[in-house]
Design a binder for this molecule. Structure first.
Ligand code: 13P
Ligand code: SF4
Length: 304
């Protein structure tokens, strides 16, 4: 079996040979973050997918991330290290539900969290990520906004933009949804000094208790600039690697043992090497919806 160093060396030389770049989300394993060219939140990674000059993008993340990279780079090869790595929430809205809502309101815009399929994006007006959703919703000209698929991020945004009628969908992230107020209270009793920081995919009542709410990058930035020494972290534990690396003198605690996105954890160095070698697991999208699905992403990125 190949050791971690030999895998890293082989990946590095294949990347040069094939003009490839590796993009990784903060939720993937530490060993994968270490060999990536760029590690970040969904917004940052979509920007990097646009900027890259590489011919091959290996996306160490879940399918909607690879699909977004492909939509933004139709002429490039986007490879997924594990084709089963998917986001459950991305499938919690249907085209029929969007169409039904459009029939109900004359003035309706569909605001689509990037954690959604390419097919759903095709039926949406604009995409958002957890780091720009409030600002984008605030700037929409329409009053009625159908926020899909995440009800938790949607209700977080709605509370900050009260002049809009934000209609929520019943989707959620199973990883963040499992974090409850009673678990937080239990942990806080044992860690009275710790600040609670949470991703906006957490339940509303959890967000109400938080000292800071933000996307994965915003949470990582916050723990760096805040003088507190202990943090209770309500998001997937992949962020701990960067938090600890950048702040070796601080302590980070999860609310529960299993704050883990098992789909993100499917990505390994070995699988990255395999897809780079064989150029397998390429994202191929139905050409009939590429043009429509890229528009809301480009609008989010301010490209038109
Ligand atoms: P970020 O926008 O913070 O990267 O969140 C993506 C995600 O999937 C969170 O569950
Ligand atoms: Fe999807 Fe949740 Fe995993 Fe993020 S953590 S990719 S929202 S299932």
């Amino acid at each position: 079996m190949k050791g971690n160093n030999s895998l890293a060396n082989e990946i590095a030389s294949l990347k040069i040979k094939k003009n490839a770049v590796i993009l990784a989300h903060y939720y993937v394993e530490e060993e994968v973050q270490k060999i990536a060219d760029y590690v970040g939140d969904s917004y940052y990674l979509s920007q990097k997918a646009v900027e890259t000059k590489a011919q091959i993008i290996v996306f160490a993340g879940v399918r909607f991330m690879g699909e977004s990279a492909k939509l933004l780079n139709p002429d490039k090869k986007v490879l997924m290290p594990d084709e089963k790595a998917d986001c459950a929430m991305a499938h919690m809205i249907t085209v029929a539900e969007i169409e039904k809502m459009r029939e109900k309101y004359d003035d309706l815009a569909v605001v689509c969290y990037i954690n959604s399929t390419a097919e759903i994006k095709q039926h949406s007006d604009i995409c958002v990520t957890s780091s720009n959703a409030v600002q984008i919703v605030r700037n929409m000209k329409e009053k009625n906004l159908f926020f899909i698929p995440d009800r938790n991020l949607g209700s977080y945004v709605a509370a900050r933009v009260p002049d809009k009628n934000v209609i929520l969908n019943e989707g959620y992230c199973p990883v963040h949804e499992k974090i409850t107020v009673s678990m937080i209270q239990h942990k806080k009793n044992r860690l009275p000094e710790a600040l609670l920081i949470a991703h906006p995919e957490c339940r509303k009542e959890v967000l109400e208790l938080a000292d800071f709410v933000g996307s994965t990058s915003e949470l990582i930035e916050f723990v760096g600039r805040n003088p507190a020494k202990q943090f209770l972290v309500a998001t997937e534990t992949g962020v701990f690697y960067q938090m600890q690396k950048q702040n070796p003198d601080k302590l980070f605690y999860s609310v529960r043992e299993d704050q883990i996105c098992h789909d993100m954890k499917r990505i390994t160095r070995k699988k990255i090497l395999e897809v780079l070698e064989n150029e397998t697991n390429e994202i191929l999208l139905d050409p009939s919806f590429i043009e429509g699905a890229v528009k809301p992403l480009e609008r989010m990125l301010g490209r038109f």
